[in-house]
Design a protein around this ligand. Structure first.
Ligand SMILES: CC(C)(COP(=O)(O)OP(=O)(O)OC[C@H]1O[C@@H](n2cnc3c(N)ncnc32)[C@H](O)[C@@H]1OP(=O)(O)O)[C@@H](O)C(=O)NCCC(=O)NCCS
Length: 151
């Protein structure tokens, strides 16, 4: 499928769309936050969920939070059938623009040591590996790599 950027939209997620993003996680055996936690975060003024849509279908989402002039990129997930078509790059570009509008000076994120696709994505946007949290993830004691991008 040839996805042209012109056919994509990037907009704030609505509460009724929480099931859609959970389904994107479920099909890939990922579980980041429960539906309840996501719904609670939707009322927050410092945590944001945005969805990417193609022909009205939600094909990816991103969650980030801000503290003072820093942003934490908590998750970026693309629907299985739409991977490796530039969707995450499209969303990350939008997030970086939002960060600049909010006068954010640094974006931080954590990623599993084994998650090469995500690390390649971040490196493509010039994020740097700045630290490692050994055995950070409790499920398999995998290391977390911390990346940051200075704006
Ligand atoms: C990581 C993820 C978000 C990338 O989404 P995507 O839409 O496929 O990414 P893009 O098509 O924009 O690719 C951007 C770059 O990522 C890298 N990349 C993407 N998929 C890759 C893969 N399977 N293997 C290696 N590198 C990969 C490449 O460097 C690519 O750049 P290129 O197209 O110039 O080669 C997606 O694989 C995903 O949803 N993974 C599961 C959730 C996850 O792990 N999220 C990150 C932690 S929350």
């Amino acid at each position: 499928m040839n996805i042209l950027k012109n056919n994509l939209t990037f907009e704030k997620m609505e509460e009724k769309e929480v099931d859609n993003i959970k389904n994107i996680e479920i099909e890939q055996n990922i579980s980041i936050l429960s539906k309840e936690s996501i719904k609670n975060e939707l009322n927050s003024t410092t945590s944001f969920y945005y969805v990417c849509k193609f022909e009205n279908e939600i094909i990816g989402y991103v969650n980030f939070s801000t503290v003072l002039d820093t942003m934490e990129l908590n998750s970026i997930v693309v629907k299985k059938d739409f991977k490796q078509k530039g969707i995450a790059s499209y969303m990350l570009d939008k997030v970086i623009n939002i960060a600049k509008e909010k006068n954010i000076t640094k974006i931080f994120l954590e990623v599993r040591k084994s998650n090469t696709p995500a690390q390649n994505l971040y490196k493509k946007f010039n994020f740097k590996h700045i630290n490692t949290r050994n055995k950070y993830y409790s499920d398999n004691l995998e290391d977390a790599y911390i990346y940051s991008l200075s704006l």
